[in-house]
Design a protein around this ligand. Structure first.
Ligand code: GAR
Length: 204
């Protein structure tokens, strides 16, 4: 069997998407292993999940640096130390900067709880609900310099219910999102991806 793809996963909160990847990668046939989990804050469940799974963790906080670019450079160095094949932003609520993207170009993935290009940013479920859409979902994409603008690897849809609030809608999205993330990251690890004119295909 070929060596599994080395993943570094970055989180900012509950880490349920991270947990789905931890669970999937327990099977060697999955094709990917999580070599480290990083965060922009401490004392979060996402880090605790990594510790319980025996995965190394690190924290790089924006407030510990005078300049945002210095934070970005420090984060880049930490991640690079684990020699990842891909970096998965799984509920990481910070924009990575140009040093990070230059270093890991085309290998940084992000999952967003809306159907891109709709509702980019940190409030996807709330904005979808406020707009009154009947269908929303989640998007896995290759990160570029924009906010949730990169080439789309996969999308999954969920209906909006009449009695949804932001929390119930986001929870329904996250169930679909975790399945999409696990399936797509596994395929990417086993088959690779190619990107041409924004169009992403599995297989190299
Ligand atoms: C996920 O729904 C993810 O898409 C979202 O945060 C949630 C994290 O959940 N990310 C963003 O909104 C980024 N713009 P988790 O911590 O339970 O995996």
């Amino acid at each position: 069997m070929p060596q599994p793809s080395r993943l570094v996963v970055l989180v900012s909160g509950a880490g349920t998407n991270l947990q789905a990847l931890i669970d999937a990668s327990a099977d060697p046939a999955y094709g990917a292993e999580i070599v480290a989990v990083g965060a922009d804050r401490s004392d979060i469940e996402g880090l605790a999940r990594a510790v319980r799974a025996g995965i190394p963790t690190f924290v790089v906080k924006v407030k510990d640096f005078d300049e945002r670019a210095d934070w970005d450079a420090a984060l880049t160095d930490q991640v690079a130390g684990y020699a990842p094949d891909a970096v998965v932003l799984a509920g990481f609520m910070k924009l990575v900067g140009s040093a990070f993207l230059d270093r890991f170009e085309g290998r940084v993935l992000n999952t967003h709880p809306a159907l891109c290009p709709s509702f980019p940013g940190t409030s996807g479920p709330a904005e979808a609900l406020a707009y009154g859409v009947k269908v929303t979902g989640a998007t896995l994409f290759v990160v570029d310099a924009g906010i949730d603008t990169g080439p789309i690897i996969a999308q999954t849809t969920v209906p909006v219910a009449d009695d949804d609030d932001v929390e119930s809608l986001h929870e329904r999205i996250k169930v679909a999102e975790r399945n999409m993330l696990v399936e797509s990251v596994g395929r990417m690890a086993r088959e690779g991806i190619s990107v041409q004119n924004r169009r992403v295909r599995f297989g190299s």
